[in-house]
Design a protein around this ligand. Structure first.
Ligand code: CAA
Length: 258
């Protein structure tokens, strides 16, 4: 697939996807989401990539689903086209870690996209919100479900019902964001995080992601059992032998992702 609404670039073992509709503040049209899905799937299938970064520009990560594209939808059209599910949910099947590097607005579907990533790193100017209520609709890409899991019920209700934005500090305190950095350091920090992850054993990294996500879909006992079985399986990895031998020999491990 050729891309005109995103840019893709690989640096070492890190795949970088930049949302690229700056005039529309990266409004997420179905076409953009198809391109994003294709790029994510291509990096996920590429053994040379160990982690993926999604970013926008200084003013906007993404200001939400494309309002101009959806304003005339009918119920039947949205239902039959399975709007959101069809084009937006590829990211849920990506098995490698995905980092959102957020500057500026992450609103509506933009915040929902960030929440579908595994780690959110925010620039100091980042703003997070679910302003759909102002448009006469509700969040439709997981906002009412992922936001309470990330920040708790009180803040999720506040943000979704009043459309107010959280700044980076509030989002970090609330648990939506893992780190805040100055705007000019955003990509350096996101790439450093991605490179660190991509330098670790790929199957181990993938299993950690799968296991943490399992915590949201299972009881504690089931989740811990899932974790234990994955942990046991890792003694079959060459990378486990190498990692532990390197520690004991006081040298850096060289992982082969096997
Ligand atoms: N869809 C389509 N176009 C958008 C857009 C969106 N979500 N957000 C911004 N734009 C466009 C504007 O229409 C404008 O286009 P023109 O220059 O052609 O007029 C351009 O981007 C710049 O936007 P503004 O002039 O509004 O910029 P601003 O700095 O004054 O305000 C903003 C910035 C507060 C983010 C404002 O643009 C805004 O409120 N955007 C909409 C945010 C929103 O409601 N998001 C939720 C969308 S619905 C959704 O996401 C559903 C879901 O859950 C999946």
């Amino acid at each position: 697939m050729s891309y005109d609404l995103i840019k893709v670039q690989q640096k070492g073992r890190v795949g970088i996807i930049t949302l690229n509709r700056p005039k529309q503040l990266n409004a997420l049209s179905p076409e953009l989401m198809q391109q994003l899905g294709a790029a994510l799937q291509a990096y996920d299938a590429d053994e040379g990539v160990g982690a993926i970064v999604i970013t926008g520009n200084e003013k906007a990560f993404a200001a939400g689903a494309d309002i101009a594209a959806m304003k005339d939808y009918s119920y039947m059209a949205a239902f039959l086209a399975d709007y959101i599910t069809r084009d937006w949910e590829h990211i849920r099947r990506i098995r490698k870690p995905v980092i959102a590097a957020v500057a500026g607005y992450a609103l509506g579907g933009g915040n929902e996209l960030a929440m579908m990533c595994d780690i959110v790193i925010a620039a100091e100017n980042a703003r997070f919100g679910q302003p759909e209520v102002n448009l006469g609709v509700m969040p439709g890409a997981g906002g009412t479900q992922r936001l309470p899991r990330a920040v708790g019920k009180a803040k999720a209700m506040d943000v979704c019902l009043t459309a107010r934005m959280m700044d980076a500090q509030e989002a970090e305190r609330a648990g939506l964001v893992s780190r805040i950095v100055p705007l000019e350091k955003l990509m350096d920090e996101a790439l450093a995080v991605a490179e660190k992850i991509a330098g670790c054993s790929l199957p181990v990294v993938m299993m950690i992601k799968e296991s943490i996500n399992r915590a949201y879909e299972s009881t504690l006992a089931e989740g811990v059992l899932f974790e234990r079985r994955l942990f046991h399986s890792q003694f079959a990895l060459a990378d486990q032998k190498e990692g532990m031998a390197a520690f004991l020999e006081k040298r850096k491990p060289t992982f082969k992702h096997r």
